[in-house]
Design a protein. Structure first.
Length: 257
């Protein structure tokens, strides 16, 4: 089941969502090296973190998968949002310095093809930072949060996927060590759970955060992709003209009746 853009935005506006946003931001800070004037792209629902980590970037874009939907971002100024298909990104080869994935890879139709497409658009020194639900974590078992939908990963599975797509893992981090409870008294102890969880039970974190660098010394096999699904905009209803009868014409080609 895919996360809808409305559900994602609603979740991060709740107290539990704000705690999750802060926890993931702390984990991203542990793997995020400062690259001035970088070209940064967020894929999935990355808006809460693009505002924070894209402040020094030359340009920032928010790409949202077609199955998820899109919202306008930022709130003031020209829009930097695009509705995309994650296996065919509208970018030139080697045109991006870093790509951030949140609520994206676990919903991809083919995670391997998505990572290969990201490899194509990253510069030779480009980096990808991925946040995915942890297969061993509690958050992946409850569907009242966006981390309970899609395909969770273990660190071993994620490492294997990145290696097959010609990426080299450079650092790991984790977040969401507190339980996904919406009870206020439980959320008061989130900082304690986070501190002890990162120290004593990191393998049971809610999400895994990994940074990987593009590997350019190994060739990428070229294979023709299968046909893709075509996403039809909901504002253009298909078959709208089927209910209208065809016009009858006379011998001179003029409509009659």
């Amino acid at each position: 089941m895919n996360s809808d853009i409305v559900d994602l935005r609603s979740f991060y506006s709740t107290p539990l969502g704000r705690l999750a946003e802060h926890s993931i931001a702390m984990a991203l800070s542990a793997v995020w090296d400062n690259l001035p004037n970088e070209r940064l792209v967020g894929l999935g629902y990355t808006l809460p973190w693009l505002d924070r980590f894209g402040a020094d970037a030359e340009r920032v874009f928010a790409f949202m998968p077609a199955t998820q939907g899109a919202v306008v971002w930022p709130g003031n100024g020209p829009s930097s949002t695009a509705l995309v298909f994650d296996e065919e990104l509208p970018l030139l080869d080697s045109s991006i310095d870093r790509m951030l994935l949140v609520h994206a890879l676990e919903h991809a139709e083919s995670p391997r093809e998505t990572l290969k497409e990201i490899w194509r658009v990253l510069s030779p020194a480009g980096r990808v930072v991925i946040v995915v639900p942890n297969r061993r974590g509690v958050w992946a078992r409850f569907e009242h949060t966006p981390f309970g939908t899609g395909r969770p990963f273990s660190s071993g599975q994620l490492n294997e996927l990145l290696r097959e797509a010609n990426f080299t893992v450079s650092s790991w981090s984790d977040a969401l060590h507190f339980p996904p409870s919406r009870r206020k008294w439980m959320m008061r102890f989130d900082h304690l759970f986070e501190r002890f969880g990162r120290r004593f039970w990191p393998i049971f974190s809610g999400v895994i955060v990994v940074e990987a660098q593009k590997r350019v010394y190994q060739g990428v096999p070229v294979a023709q992709r299968a046909s893709r699904r075509v996403f039809v905009p909901v504002l253009s209803p298909s078959g709208a003209s089927r209910g209208f009868p065809a016009l009858r014409r006379n011998d001179e080609g003029k409509p009659v009746g």
